[in-house]
Write a protein that binds this ligand. Structure first.
Ligand code: PEP
Ligand code: MG
Length: 332
């Protein structure tokens, strides 16, 4: 009887997902919500089987990790152009190279570090290797010459990093201008919020970024001081922890107050336990692995925003992970 029930539930869910597949996402009370996809390779879009609102996270690492030497500007341009054209007229959010931590690239001459996740990762590595960063920015701007694009900076912890990255972007634009090469004149430049420093400074950083995207995979690991890949501490790597809930609310509120777009592109965006909470906090954009897009659209379609806000207040008042989990899972 139990398995028959599960099979029936699966059939019902499958029918419901088919029904939302080709529609835009709306809450039950009619609020339009963006559901974008995360990709790691241009070919990830070939298998897309549902309507979505653009690419919320293009992890550009694949271009760099599969080769023995650094991809040229032309090679990168081709890959970015392919994705931008495929997603047009929607935006593609290209994250600049985010290696370091557990991801090593041989030809970048990366140092062996005692604590790589607290070391030269993401934007830190790029600012220390401006030629690599510049080549990538150049390729993105050329690829988006007749289109629009979002450039996303990973692992931001300080305003100086945002300023330095933007300065380099402006330099590349000036070089393209003087070389009479067609390029995207007004890319949107945003940041990943995935460190406690950026989560706490969200009000200030929002004045300097066109958008925020919350990288919950790293944010949880850094808030909890628990390695995301270490099973010894997997009980601590817990997104239901009240500190995580508090930080998520602070980031989304700060983005809303500053009137910039906020999305979640980490795994939490695809966790249906969190959909109502995030909507209650005011999130308007989710970016999820492509196979999860219909599932999240369907979940959103059953949520009423007044009830979601009420759930948010209860979750924010919870004192421990179990209490948060019970509230989100609606266990009495
Ligand atoms: C994240 O940290 O949530 C994120 C989306 O980035 P990655 O998983 O690639 O580190
Ligand atoms: Mg990350």
């Amino acid at each position: 009887a139990e398995y028959e029930k599960r099979i029936n539930d699966e059939h019902e869910l499958f029918k419901a997902l088919e029904a939302v597949k080709d529609t835009d996402a709306h809450t039950a009370d009619g609020e339009r919500i963006s559901v974008c996809v995360n990709i790691g390779n241009p070919s990830d879009l070939d298998s897309a089987d549902c309507k979505f609102d653009g690419v919320g996270l293009f992890r550009s690492e694949f271009l760099f990790s599969s080769e023995k030497e650094m991809p040229t500007c032309d090679e990168q341009t081709e890959a970015y152009r392919e994705v931008i054209k495929a997603a047009s007229p929607n935006y593609v959010t290209i994250r600049t190279l985010d290696v370091g931590g557990d991801k090593q690239i041989k030809y970048l001459n990366m140092q062996k570090e005692e604590n790589p996740f607290l070391g030269e990762r993401g934007i830190r590595l790029m600012l220390n290797n401006p030629d690599v960063f510049k080549t990538q920015i150049r390729a993105i701007l050329i690829a988006a010459a007749d289109e629009k694009v979002k450039i996303m900076l990973p692992m931001i912890t300080s305003l100086d990093e945002i300023r330095a990255a933007k300065k380099i972007i402006a330099e590349v634009q000036a070089e393209l201008e003087s070389g009479k090469i067609a390029y995207c004149k007004e890319p949107l430049v945003g940041i990943m919020i995935e460190t406690p420093a950026s989560a706490i400074m969200a009000d200030v950083f929002a004045k300097h970024a066109d958008f925020f995207s919350i990288g919950t995979n790293d944010l949880v690991q850094y808030i909890m001081a628990a390695d995301r890949g270490n099973y010894q501490v997997e009980n601590l790597y817990n997104p239901y922890h009240p500190a995580v809930i508090y930080m998520l609310n602070n980031i989304i509120r700060a983005g809303r107050d500053a009137n910039i777009e906020v999305s979640v592109c980490g795994d939490l965006a695809a966790n249906t336990d969190f959909t109502e909470l995030l909507l209650g906090m005011g999130l308007k954009k989710f970016s999820v692995p492509q196979p999860m897009a219909s599932r999240i659209k369907y979940k959103i379609s059953g949520i009423n925003l007044d009830e979601a806000r009420e759930l948010k207040y209860r979750a924010l008042a919870a004192e421990d992970e179990t209490e948060v989990k019970n509230i989100l899972k609606k266990i009495k």
